[in-house]
Design a protein around this ligand. Structure first.
Ligand code: IDP
Ligand code: MG
Length: 159
């Protein structure tokens, strides 16, 4: 089958994934990271972060007209979050499946929200909803840039 012949490495799709303050307080960070690691996605950035209010507002600016926007921003700045970028084929859509529906009452068991959450206003985790937003959010939360590295298990993950 056709293969790219260019020598320029093109980065794969990325998703911005964030464990929200409730997930950090409840000690769910390790389990959540494990799920993405074991799936085979490549970690491209990771940090524990006390979110400045303007970053939370910018992140959720598309929801600014919603009645829950102020509570949402207050929730995100209420304690440290764990910010991550994961990279790989189809990571945006697959991460959304792994995360589950926005309202945990509708999230399937086996998904992160389905396993760990009850309320939409305390739903543990964020995941980008499109590759474009993955790029936008990764840039917003990691102004220092992502880490470019080669994963030695890559031949065991990709044919
Ligand atoms: P998503 O996180 O599944 O992409 P969005 O619709 O983008 O869902 O909403 C962003 C976040 O806003 C949700 O994860 C949730 O924390 C919060 N949220 C969404 N809808 C409601 C609501 O009806 N009440 C309270 N919080 C909400
Ligand atoms: Mg969203």
């Amino acid at each position: 089958r056709a293969r790219a012949t260019t020598a320029v490495a093109v980065r794969a799709e990325i998703s911005y994934i964030m464990v929200k303050p409730d997930g950090v307080q409840r000690g769910l960070v390790g389990d959540i990271i494990s799920r993405f690691e074991r799936k085979g996605y490549k970690m491209a950035a990771l940090k524990l972060y006390q979110t400045p209010r303007d970053v939370a507002e910018e992140h959720y600016k598309d929801l600014a007209s919603k009645p829950f926007y102020k509570d949402l921003v207050n929730y995100i700045v209420s304690g440290p979050v764990v910010c991550m970028v994961w990279e790989g084929k189809g990571v945006v859509a697959t991460a959304r499946k792994m995360i589950g529906a926005t309202n945990p009452l509708a999230s399937e068991p086996g998904t992160i929200r389905g396993d760990f959450a009850i309320e939409v206003g305390r739903n543990v985790i964020h995941g980008s909803d499109s590759p474009e937003n993955g790029e936008r959010e990764a840039g917003l939360w990691f102004k220092e840039g992502l880490v470019s590295w080669s994963q030695t298990m890559e031949p065991w993950l990709k044919e």
